[in-house]
Design a protein. Sequence first.
Lengths: 143, 878
Amino acid sequence: MLTLISIFMTIMKNPIIALIDDDKVFQLTASRTIKASQLSDQILQFDNGEEALHFLRDNAANAANLPDYIFLDINMPFVDGWMFLDDYDHLKTNLTKPILIYMVSSSIDPRDMERARKNSNVNEYIIKPVSRDKFIELLNKAA
Amino acid sequence: MALDAASMGIWEWTFKSNEVVWSDKVFKIFHLSPHEFDGTFDAYNSLIHPDDHQRVIQTINESIETGKKYFVQHRILVHGVVYWIEAVGEMITGRSKKPIKMMGTVQDITELKRLDLEREDWKIRYELLAASSGQVIYDYTLETGNILWSGIIREVLGYETSELGDIKTWGELIHPEDREHAYAELEKAEKSISAYDVIYRFRKKTGDYVYMHDKGFFLANVRNQPYRMLGSMQDISDRIKAEQEIWRGSQFRKSIEATMPGVLFVYDVKNKRNIYSNGRLPLGYSHEEINALGTAFIPTVVHPDDLAKFPVWSNENFETVYHLEYRMRHRNGNWLWFTARTKPFEKDKDGNVTQIIGIATDITEQRNTVESLRESEKRFRNLVQDLSVGVIIYSPTGELRLCNKSALELLGRSEEQLTGDPKTITPLAVVNEDGSDFPIDKLPVPLVIRTQKPVRGVVFGISHPQKVDRAWLLVNAHPIFNDRQELIEIICTIIDISERRRIEIELKESELRFRTLQRASFGGIGLHDHGVIVDCNQGLCDITGYPMNELVGKNGVDLIAPEYQSQVITHIKSGYSLPYDVEGIRKDGTRYFLEIHGKEIPYHGRTIRVTEFRDISSRKVAEEKIVEQNTRLLAITEDFKRKNEQLEEFAQIVSHNLRSPVGNILTLLNFFESAETSEEKSEYLALLKEAGTTTLNTLSDLTEILRIKQDRNIEKQTLEFKIIFNHARAMLNAKIVETGAEVTANFEEAPTLHYPGIYLESIFLNLLSNALKYVRTGVRPVIQFKTYLYNNQLILEASDNGLGINLERYGHQVFKLRKTFHRHPESRGIGLFMIKNQIEAMGGEISLTSKENIGTTFFVNFNKYLHDNHEKSNHSLN
């Protein structure tokens, strides 16, 4: 098993990362941090959940275009993080690639954390701001 | 010559010379030779038949005197032979007009006369015949209509011949009902020259009608034309009458046979068989079968026992009637009962009865009824014997007819002791309930005999020989009448009520005890019969404020507050026996809380209800306080819950909307510090500025919200919706013009509101701007505002035909801070959150309905929580 995972991770050397957040500052700082840390240079940016869902639906069959990681904000206009997760749950069976989802929010509300923990599609709940080390940790975790 | 041919002689008689001269022919006619006649009148005269002599002389004299033509027919007697001659003569007169001589002819008419006479003789003979048979003869000449009548007209019809007249009279005398037929038949017979044979009624001179049988024949001439009719009429009234009598008689018999209920029969005693029966024997045998059985029939069907009892007839007279009842077997095997009355019908020359006539009637049904009646009476008597109720049946004179065991036991007497004249045997020592002597004439049986009316419920005590105490009896006596309303017997029933009496006395005592007890009770106790108070204690007077004399007879329901009365009545009716609470009304009209506890008890032989009243005002007040406080607590809890929710929401706002920009500032500062180029640095600086502004905005929003939440007691004033709305609309006028929106408002139903002015303006502004913001492209915006009262609550409704919101998806976000659902440049996500806070702070509520691409309607309920929760909680704090 381990061998297989390492082979898989070798292919994943340059993973595709999706940032779903309406916060321009987060989009900027996060993408620069990921690139600067040479974690990946394939970063997809979505202002809200709706845009991201559109993308996933359109590329569900095309594994090469699908993200390996999603950083998902909770509080967004239009389709927020929770609504995204509801739709994603229906959508994921069609996806040709497994995706790890990290929920990223400035909310320290324990109810939000609890809700995220209970959602099987969420790998971890991360409180903003996210440091460079945290990004490295998260993106290497799977590897 | 002609005279010769006619065998006529000529004669001449000269009066003066008395000389008669005959021609030769005359001698021949007279059968005389010339020397036998001397030529004198005397000689002629001697030849005339003595019987005709006088007539001839008279005729001659008449002719001489009058000069008329002489004509005579007479007989002559010559040599002992009679001849008929006819002499015709004419008078010859002289100058002086005196008759000189007579000349004439004579002929022998002997043959003629003989035929004539013969005819006459037949006629007479026929008439004699007709007379002897009572016939009227007629001869009718068709041409003239004349009728020659003969026969015994007078005897039969009472008319003279002349009175009967012609054919016309004949017709008139026929009965009008028969006339037409008589004429028609006559015409028919005349045409066919056939016999006329008709019966008709003919009027006698007396006016009565007789039946005439008319038989006639027409005579025809050579041309075969009828010209004459001959016939006879015979009176046949007697025959007709007899026929009618016979017909009527048979009709009568037939109707009797048909209508008779029983069997009419004639029985031949000697031959032992019925020779006549009207055929109504209900035994199921056909006439042929009966005939076939012959003499065996009677023994076959009649019961042998009864057959032996049949009367044996001998020489009884015609008036003898035997009555018997006997059984006959129906073909199906069932025995039927008959009753029969028989009497002699025919006797022989010795006076012995040969035939009897009788009527038999089926009385099976009747006998069965009597039988079953007898049976039921028997059963009844057996039943009576075993009844536990004493039964005695008396005759109309008061004698004992029947007495069952129970009666004897109850009275403690033997049957022998009771029989006999009731007046002489009254050793019962009857007493009234109070112990006084019972008046003899009031005893039930004598009373019934006297009044002929039933007597019921008489109670008296008797000394019972086998018992120590007096036996108490309840006696009813009933007269029984027959269908002629005559008293036939008296049925007297006796019930021992000694035990019942004892229980009653005990009950009375227990009631007395109860009354004593209830007087001593503290609570109010009322005894009532279907609500009407029969008795009560002082306690009830104390509670209700009524004196006792007013309470007794009063409807107890009136002591209850009206809204509880139906409940109380229901409980009384159903016999409810658990305590329950109502409100009472005292005499002075004041109300008090009351616990009622009712139970049914026997009282004076009835079932009535004893109800306890307990004044529970103090308990009730305490209870009510608890309920009130509970309600208040619930309201407070609700209020706290809402406040808590708001706090949590606030915490969320802080964590999402405040932490985020602050965190961004920190991150950006780190990037700024580590930035290598000046372009980079200025980029981060710009972002830092923006984050700062956002933070500041959020903070100011939060401050605003906080102020709203704290500012519960913000000054309110009475506002006119119209004015505030117009103000808000003016502020958004540019946008209205730009979108071309149709904005209408109607506040007539609820024009004013007591509210903080800035809040209402904020509500209008936000709702209107919201509606103007989310319009559909290509659809002219229609925005409507109105106010109204719904369940006493003031509602503001704002509807648009804009984009609408998918409430299923976004419903939870609508009133949240910084939530927008449309990609719209102006969406800031503060407005709805703001007015929600304002509305809720004032005790109201905002909600919405929406449909995508149809539109959205917001409902603002200004005072949803104002009256029940908010106001009350305030009140409770005071």
